[in-house]
Design a protein around this ligand. Structure first.
Ligand code: BGC
Length: 847
């Protein structure tokens, strides 16, 4: 029977409130083999469309603000079966002017490099008639939380979220219908957050405003049909007196439970205005929520006497403590760290971040959890109370997206690696894709997500998350095509330049998301940014490319090079810049050509294809002997041309052989940095060296993924030797010869090297998208590494794809699930292939 298994509006299963035209998607399930959508009719009021597409169905009806829409879908399968289902969505304000005004306390000032005290706004209001529905629209400069009659409104953390505030700010909609009484008090706490608080490793504050500000509107829809609006204005009260003595991303939070609101000094709020002219848009990204609860797996006492709770997993979030018999004057201090050294918390790698929650108790039993900060940690060190009087757990915080991928196989270490990769994503997808969740950084470094996006999109449904971030990226691109090194470019002083890998995020990220979800609108919106970037790169290459006639060697203005390549320093990484940049340039042209063809930009597609060929030629001419050997040999120098399809014929064979030899000479160990590591195993397995790929994957000596696992890693590290074999932590500095611990660069939760997750899915399990959203895909497993079975699932927009194989009695057996409306090209290890339509398929071949 044909079934509609899922409907989304603007990539949301329910509760979509939008200010822009949403797209409607649906997935089908059926037990009829080979079933596919013949056509569907999507209708709403007097709007109707007939479509053969399950993904890209833009709502075409008239959109009015504050309206509810019921959408009906009737889908007809190629079998002739029909199925119907409904969904709904609402519109937000669209461009409706706000009754509320931006308000602040203009008398409040705070030092330049510090976070402000949270500002608290308060207003009382009565409800005189029967209320049918009531809701709040709110946003802030800073991060806010609303309490209505003492109760938290909604479940979000860090609203309004992090966007490029100069360009766009989200507003939230909260239903408060059930929370009202005759007399009400709304209280909104606005902490500094990203807009006003200290941010970046330079710890600059006041980035978007000099004081926090709030914009709020309460809607009371009465049963008699009338509507009352209460907007934020000068009649609201404001104070910086509150239980919060500190709220800072890096240093943490200090909370005084004994604080008495009666003692605080209120004044009337002042009207203000945000800088620039940002668009206010109904929430279009995923809000941050509590996604999981963690409990300590052990409690120990450090030599210093600090009680250490081990949560068994490195993650981003906040603790939640319950204090028994607390007394006023008692202070519980909770410090956070990723690793222990000699039984103590190791906090040097946090650099200036104090990552501490300080709780001043009141009398009696009480609970506390921070609200305006988060930490990246596995261990919590506690002082100030007897452990028997404290219960502690922790909440995992990240943007609310679904996990859509799973992977397991017969090697438990690879399974742990997959888990670590998942945790790397969860810990760093909090509002924006961050580099790390713990030290004084947590910024949207573009290079990290550029290399991790493909793996991330396999694991998580990042449609809304990346859609939001990519809008910031596009709006912050410079006229010359430069992409900021961090997006949002918030507090970062570097100008937006064209930089390889980091800048290529403008192509690699939307392309990864397009392949996973098939969202054409996203590709269309991001395409001009791709073009502008490549134009900028070409210009810089032409200016400074003295090496070849092609003038396509890209080096300037600045390259990170082989960032984080093991055993080298930043100077050595940078010295490999032009090889890496030129290869990335070729690859991005290839992807831009594909995007252009999909979007019907035929001329562009031809142009970029030709440009790619010319860049390949330049790479060959300038960097190699013309036959596949690099003048200056390094692993990434081979990996990139091999994986980016820049080589041909015998040259490919020579390059692959050279790479393999370099790896063997390095005792089967990798020597690649961020830009090369994601593609290393592909370069090997796809060019005749699958067993060597497995050996590098399974390498237990440093550097290697299994070294991290053997050393007890529960996430992916920034540096392979973050923890040395002797148990010491390598707080390596960027420059050679500097002392350790001077504020170096070692994080235990940087996802970039987790990009190997892609190889687990695409080569071990063999699942690879061919067209957007897995409308067509390939399954071509490469068994090896002693594995006897592997199984991966991916929930595509069409439904679940499964590759499940095992080797038994000399036979290779595989079960494959193909969703309705998709086609799979199955290639078995014996070289045979078949085209499969929807259904579950089983094959056995001789090994
Ligand atoms: C970040 C990296 C980032 C790099 C670029 C580091 O501090 O943590 O992940 O990509 O800087 O310079």
């Amino acid at each position: 029977m044909l079934k509609i298994s899922k409907i989304t509006v603007a990539h949301q299963s329910d509760g979509c409130i939008t200010d822009t035209r949403p797209s409607i998607q649906f997935a089908l399930e059926s037990d009829i083999p080979g079933e596919a959508l013949d056509y569907a009719v999507i209708s709403c009021g007097d709007w109707e469309m007939t479509t053969r597409d399950q993904i890209n169905n833009l709502f075409g009806g008239e959109l009015r603000p504050f309206a509810d829409y019921k959408v009906h879908i009737r889908a007809v399968g190629t079998s002739g079966e029909t199925v119907e289902a409904d969904t709904s969505f609402s519109t937000g304000r669209m461009d409706t002017p706000w009754t509320g005004k931006w308000i602040t306390d203009s008398t409040y000032s705070f030092p330049k490099k510090e976070s402000p005290m949270p500002m608290v706004f308060r207003k009382g209001f009565g409800v005189k008639k029967e209320v049918k529905k009531a809701w709040i629209h709110a946003t802030a400069l800073g991060i806010y939380e609303i309490e209505l009659n003492g109760e938290k409104v909604g479940r979000d953390y860090f609203a309004p979220g992090f966007t490029s505030y100069r360009h766009q700010i989200q507003y939230q909609t909260y239903d408060i219908t059930g929370m009202l009484s005759a007399d009400n008090t709304i209280q909104v706490t606005v902490a500094g957050g990203w807009a006003a608080g200290a941010y970046t490793f330079r710890r600059v504050s006041h980035i978007s405003c000099d004081q926090q500000a709030l914009l709020c509107e309460i809607f009371l829809q009465y049963a008699d049909g009338s509507l009352e609006k209460i907007g934020s204005d000068e009649s609201w009260l404001v104070t910086e007196d509150s239980p919060f003595a500190l709220a800072d991303w890096y240093d943490g939070e200090t909370f005084d439970a004994a604080f008495r609101w009666d003692d605080c000094r209120w004044r009337n709020a002042d009207v203000t205005k945000p800088k620039g002219n940002p668009k206010l848009l109904a929430q279009y990204g995923d809000p941050v929520r509590i996604m999981e609860t963690m409990y300590p797996v052990s409690v120990t006492t450090a030599p210093s006497g600090e009680i250490i709770y081990d949560f068994g997993q490195n993650f981003a979030g906040i603790v939640c403590i319950s204090v028994k018999n607390g007394r006023c004057g008692q202070t519980v201090v909770l410090r956070h760290a990723e690793v222990l050294y000699e039984g103590e918390l190791f906090v040097k790698s946090l650099r200036t971040a104090k990552a501490t929650a300080t709780y001043h108790c009141k009398d009696g039993d009480q609970t506390y959890t921070p609200r305006f900060t988060y930490m990246g940690f596995r261990y919590v060190g506690m002082t100030g109370i007897a452990p028997e009087d404290l219960e502690i757990k922790a909440y995992v915080l990240h943007s609310k997206f679904d996990t859509v991928g799973s992977f397991s196989c017969s090697n438990p270490m690879i399974n742990r690696l997959h888990e670590n990769i998942l945790w790397g994503g969860r810990s760093n997808f909090l509002e924006i894709p961050t580099d790390c969740p713990q030290r004084d950084e947590r910024q949207g470094w573009t290079g990290d997500i550029a290399v991790f996006a493909s793996t991330a999109c396999f694991n998580f449904d990042l449609s809304r998350f990346l859609n939001k971030w990519l809008l910031d990226l596009a709006t912050e691109q410079s006229i010359g095509g430069g992409i900021p090194l961090v997006v949002p470019r918030h507090g970062d002083v570097a100008p937006p330049l064209v930089t390889a890998c980091w800048g290529d995020s403008c192509i690699l990220v939307p392309w990864a998301e397009y392949l996973a979800r098939g969202d054409l609108e996203l590709l269309r919106r991001q395409y001009p940014a791709m073009k502008r970037f490549l134009k900028g790169v070409k210009r810089w290459a032409a200016y400074f490319s003295f090496h070849s006639n092609e003038r396509l060697i890209w080096e300037k203005p600045f390259q990170f090079g082989d960032w984080c390549a093991p055993g080298e320093n930043s100077k050595q990484w940078g010295a490999k810049g032009k090889w890496i940049a030129t290869a990335y340039f070729a690859n991005s042209c290839g992807l831009a050509a594909k995007a252009a063809a999909i979007l019907g930009e035929q001329e562009d597609a031809v142009y970029f294809e030709k440009l790619k060929t010319r860049i390949e030629k330049a790479y060959r001419e300038v960097f190699t002997d013309g036959k596949g050997t690099l003048h200056k040999e390094f692993q990434t120098g081979y990996v990139l041309p091999l994986h980016f399809g820049m080589t041909e014929g015998e040259e490919t064979i020579v390059m692959a052989r050279n790479l393999a030899q370099m790896i063997r000479e390095n005792d089967n160990r990798l020597a690649t940095g961020f830009p090369g590591t994601p593609y290393l195993l592909f370069a090997l397995s796809d060019n005749g060296y699958p067993e060597l790929a497995y050996e590098v994957l399974l390498q237990e000596n440093c550097p290697g993924w299994m070294y991290e696992i053997q050393s007890g890693g529960t996430t992916i590290w920034e540096r392979w030797d973050a923890l040395r074999p002797d148990g010491t932590v390598n707080v390596g500095s960027l420059a050679d010869g500097q002392d350790e611990g001077d504020g170096g660069m070692v994080s235990f939760n940087h996802y970039a090297n987790g990009a190997v997750g892609d190889w687990l899915y695409r080569r071990i399990a063999g699942i690879e998208p061919i067209s957007g959203g897995y409308k067509t895909f390939k399954i071509e497993p490469i068994p090896g590494g002693g594995l006897t079975w592997a199984k991966a699932r991916h929930l595509s927009p069409y439904g679940t794809i499964v590759s499940d194989w095992k080797i038994e009695d000399g036979n290779f057996e595989i079960t494959v699930t193909v969703p309705v409306s998709t086609t799979c090209n199955l290639v078995l290890p014996d070289g045979t292939s078949r085209v499969l339509n929807s259904g579950v398929h089983h094959f056995v071949t001789k090994q």
